[in-house]
Design a protein. Sequence first.
Length: 190
Amino acid sequence: MTIVSPRKSILSRFILPGALVLVTMGANTIAYNLAWQIDNHDIHQAVAFVAGILMFLSIGFGTLFIYPVGYFRGAGVGERILACLATPVLWDLKEMLRVSEFFTPAESLYYGLNPTFILTVIGTFAQMGLCEILCRRALWRRGETQVKVVSALPLTSILLGIMALVVMLAWGRGVHVFYLYMEGYKAIFM
């Protein structure tokens, strides 16, 4: 017996799970950006805090929802990857558009390749690796004994994600990586 559904429609297996996370990010971005208009300071702070947390979770950890839903609805690997990357990539494009008001197009593109975005993409792949292993484990526990729970690619993505986190954040709490990023900016644009 398998717990993976027969291949569902593209809307069900791929678009809806990704769209739900994307809409969550978009709605909370709007709420966060407009919270200052609330007259009551305490409510303003509460709305901004909750919206900020939900925006962060949807951008940084939406994969933990999207990947398993897509997996068990029959989405292919490429579909799962695209759905998981949609929110962080669209968030980054939104940020590049925002800074294009005062940066040149080339500078805006460079801004889009900032350490936060790079770490988010690496983290997304690490989460996909973790979800792949956990989804396979769920199949194996339900009797799909021919499923190989751990394989090289998911494990490698997890390990690379951990290494990137250590290098980018633990090395001076990200300050050194940011300085390298700024030196790159100066070398290209100044």
